[in-house]
Design a protein around this ligand. Structure first.
Ligand code: ATP
Length: 235
């Protein structure tokens, strides 16, 4: 089953096509990586999926429903969760409170506490539940953000450059986390770190100048001459 698709999705700024005519299909259960050079249109594309950027034209279909004009909060209610390039945790609140805020979009009462504990355990922050969010390391704050997404039991989890700024050991742990999450959640990963992409994605979509340059299994993308020339710089 296709969980998310776009047809002819386009965003034009003045004379520039940030995203142009993108047809995209993400089957349920897949880990999809979206890659491309700086300025390729990844952030703009994801902004249109989430409802933060209005398309110039084209459609976004989620779970068979045209959501092209739905505001962001209604898309979240339908089961989309996303974390941004920049951390969005409330530093002065507790770790658990941050996740509870997200959980209350879906749950009430005692169920919130259980869901918070589950989500924190899933990302490996179970032992940090009583800390203040601002006291966590940067890497742990990024995991906290993912917990804030997971607690909403999303059908689609969109992660925008989740490993940016992480130490190597944290990146390794992140790969393991993505593989574990992929058992239950469809994931769209915008990522610059090629080892993360190659080791976690089922399928990679490459954007270049706002258009889809290539799409396929990691080994095929790695061997694709056009991708190498445009992105990997080894062509
Ligand atoms: P990065 O990897 O650097 O985050 P990206 O692939 O996410 O890049 P976008 O940020 O989507 O790329 O940008 C795509 C193109 O659209 C770029 O040329 C950018 O300068 C342009 N662009 C993005 N937002 C705007 C805006 N609000 N107004 C004008 N141009 C924009």
């Amino acid at each position: 089953m296709t969980l998310l698709s776009t047809r002819g999705l386009t965003k034009q700024y003045a004379g520039l096509h940030a995203v142009e005519d993108v047809d995209f299909d993400l089957p349920q259960g897949q880990v999809r990586a979206l890659i491309g050079p700086n300025g390729a249109g990844k952030t703009t594309f994801v902004g249109m999926l989430c409802g933060r950027i209005a398309p110039t034209r084209g459609t976004v279909i989620f779970d068979g429903k045209d959501i092209s004009t739905l505001p962001a909060h209604k898309r979240i209610a339908l089961g989309m969760a996303y974390t941004f390039q920049i951390t969005s945790v409330f530093a002065n609140l507790g770790v658990a409170e941050n996740v509870a805020l997200a959980a209350r979009r879906r749950l009430q009462g005692a169920a919130v506490q259980d869901a918070v504990a589950d989500a924190l355990a899933q990302v490996g922050l179970g032992d940090r539940i009583d800390q203040t969010a601002g006291d966590l390391s940067y890497g742990h704050q990024r995991l906290l953000e993912i917990a804030m997404g997971l607690v909403q039991k999303p059908r689609l989890l969109i992660l925008d450059e989740p490993t940016q700024g992480l130490a190597e050991s944290e990146v390794a742990a992140f790969k393991t986390l993505i593989r574990a999450l992929s058992d239950t959640t469809t994931i769209l990963l915008i990522e610059h770190n090629m080892s993360v992409v190659m080791e976690t994605a089922d399928v990679i979509t490459v954007l270049n100048f706002g258009r889809v340059l290539a799409e396929g299994a990691p080994s095929d993308i790695h061997a694709d001459a056009a991708v190498q020339a445009a992105y990997l710089g080894t062509g």
